[in-house]
Write a protein that binds this ligand. Structure first.
Ligand SMILES: CC(C)(COP(=O)(O)OP(=O)(O)OC[C@H]1O[C@@H](n2cnc3c(N)ncnc32)[C@H](O)[C@@H]1OP(=O)(O)O)[C@@H](O)C(=O)NCCC(=O)NCCS
Length: 333
C-alpha cells in the first residue's frame, strides 16, 4: 500500500466502505469515469491510457514522497472494489484549507449519488479534520448538478460563494458554487481497535453503569472479546464522539430483525450535563441512516429514573412506550 508521510491513519473505513491512498491498479477505472463525466470536471479533453500512466508515474508517485503535498488522493472502495476516487486537493497549508474532489463510478451516479457522496464526505472528513486538523474544507462545483447541493447541506456544509458566470461551458456562461465546512473540533468517527481501553473504562464507570439494565461485573478480557466482535459485526454501527481530539462518548446501533436497530449510547461521566448526550444521538441517527438506508426504525430502552436520557429521546421526537420497568423510545424513519 502507498503511504502518505503527512497522514497517520492511511485508511478510514465505515462498514463495507473505505478510503485508501490511491491505488495504481485503479487508474484505468478512474480514467474511464473521468472521460465519461468530463462535463462537470475541469478536464477539457479525453485522457488516454498513456497519459494516465504518465500522470500516475510522475504526479501521483511524488505525492507519497512529499512532507506537504499539494493534494492527497484516495481510492474509494466498497468491499475492496474501487467504486470512486477523490481527495483533498489545492491544499493551502498556511491557511489549513483544502478543496474536496470526488467522482464515483458513472453508473452509481443515477441511483446512489447521495449515498456515495455522503459516505465519501464522512470518510474524507476524518482525514481532513482529525488527522490533518485542517480548519476548513470546501467544494468547487460548476452549477450543473443542483442535486449535489442538498447532499452538501445535509452534511453540514454551507453555501459560501456563488461566482457568477465564472466559466464558459458549451458557449454558455455558467456559475461556480463554493460550499464549505469549518472544523468545529466536534465530530463522530467510526470506533476502531484503539478505542478498546476507553470503552472498557466507560463500561466499568459506576456513574455510567448506574442506569444499565445489566449490572454484572465486566472483566477486561470479556470486554475485549465483546468489543472486537462488535467492530467486526456487519450488523453493528459503532461511533465515537470526538471533541478537540478527545473521546467524549460512544453510540452503537445493533441491527435486529424487522429492519430495526437498538441504540446504546453514553457520555464520559466527566462530561455529563454539557449537551453532548443530545448532540451524539442527533448526529449519529443521521450518520447511521446514511450508511444503513434499509433500516426503517430505531429504538432505545431507558430506565424511567434516567431523566437525562428520557429528555434527550423526547427532544428528538422519539415516541414513548411505557414498559414494565423501562421506557421504550421508538423512532420511525
Ligand atoms: C444519558 C447521557 C448520555 C446524557 O448525556 P449528557 O451529555 O449528560 O446529556 P445532556 O447534557 O445532553 O443533557 C440532556 C438533558 O438532560 C438534562 N440532564 C442532564 N443530566 C441530568 C440529570 N442528572 N438529571 C436531570 N436532568 C439532567 C439536561 O439539562 C438536558 O436537558 P435540557 O436539554 O432540557 O437542558 C449520560 O448521562 C450517560 O452517559 N448516561 C449513562 C449511559 C446511559 O444512560 N445511556 C442512555 C441509555 S441507552
Amino acid at each position: 500500500m502507498n503511504i502518505y508521510k503527512a497522514i497517520n491513519k492511511q485508511t478510514v473505513c465505515l462498514g463495507q466502505y473505505k478510503i485508501v491512498p490511491i491505488r495504481f491498479e485503479d487508474r484505468y477505472s478512474i480514467l474511464e469515469w473521468r472521460n465519461e463525466q468530463m462535463y462537470h470536471l475541469r478536464q477539457k479533453e479525453k485522457i488516454s491510457k498513456n497519459e494516465q500512466d504518465n500522470y500516475f508515474n510522475t504526479v501521483v508517485k511524488n505525492l507519497f514522497l512529499e512532507e506537504n503535498p499539494p493534494q492527497f488522493l484516495f481510492s474509494y472502495l466498497k468491499n475492496e472494489k474501487c467504486i470512486g476516487y477523490g481527495g483533498l486537493v489545492h491544499i493551502n497549508w498556511k491557511k489549513k484549507e483544502a478543496e474536496i474532489s470526488f467522482i464515483m463510478q458513472t453508473i452509481l451516479e443515477k441511483e446512489q449519488f447521495d449515498f456515495n457522496w455522503s459516505m465519501f464526505l464522512v470518510l474524507i472528513e476524518k482525514i481532513a479534520f482529525i488527522d490533518l486538523n485542517l480548519s476548513k474544507i470546501n467544494t468547487y462545483a460548476f452549477d450543473l448538478r443542483p442535486h449535489l447541493y442538498p447532499v452538501l447541506i445535509n452534511n453540514g456544509f454551507t453555501e459560501e460563494k456563488r461566482l457568477k458566470h465564472h466559466v464558459e461551458i458549451d458557449s454558455k456562461k455558467t456559475d461556480v458554487l463554493i460550499h464549505s465546512k469549518l472544523n468545529k473540533g466536534f465530530n463522530l468517527r467510526p470506533a476502531t481497535i484503539d478505542d478498546e481501553e476507553i470503552t472498557y473504562n466507560w463500561a466499568t464507570d459506576s456513574v455510567i453503569r448506574k442506569y444499565a439494565f445489566q449490572q454484572n461485573e465486566i472483566k477486561k478480557q470479556e470486554h475485549k472479546n465483546w468489543f472486537l466482535n462488535q467492530l467486526k459485526n456487519e450488523k453493528c454501527v459503532y461511533f465515537i464522539l470526538m471533541d478537540n481530539n478527545k473521546q467524549i462518548g460512544s453510540i452503537r446501533f445493533n441491527i435486529e430483525e424487522n429492519k430495526t436497530a437498538l441504540i446504546s449510547y453514553l457520555i464520559d461521566s466527566k462530561h455529563h450535563g454539557k449537551g453532548y448526550g443530545k448532540r451524539i444521538l442527533q448526529e449519529a441517527i443521521f450518520c447511521f441512516k446514511r450508511i444503513k438506508k434499509e433500516v426503517e426504525s430505531i429504538h432505545g430502552y431507558v430506565m424511567p429514573e434516567n431523566i437525562a436520557s428520557c429528555k434527550i429521546f423526547e427532544k428528538l421526537n422519539f415516541e414513548k412506550q411505557e414498559q414494565k420497568d423501562s421506557i421504550k423510545y421508538f423512532y420511525q424513519f
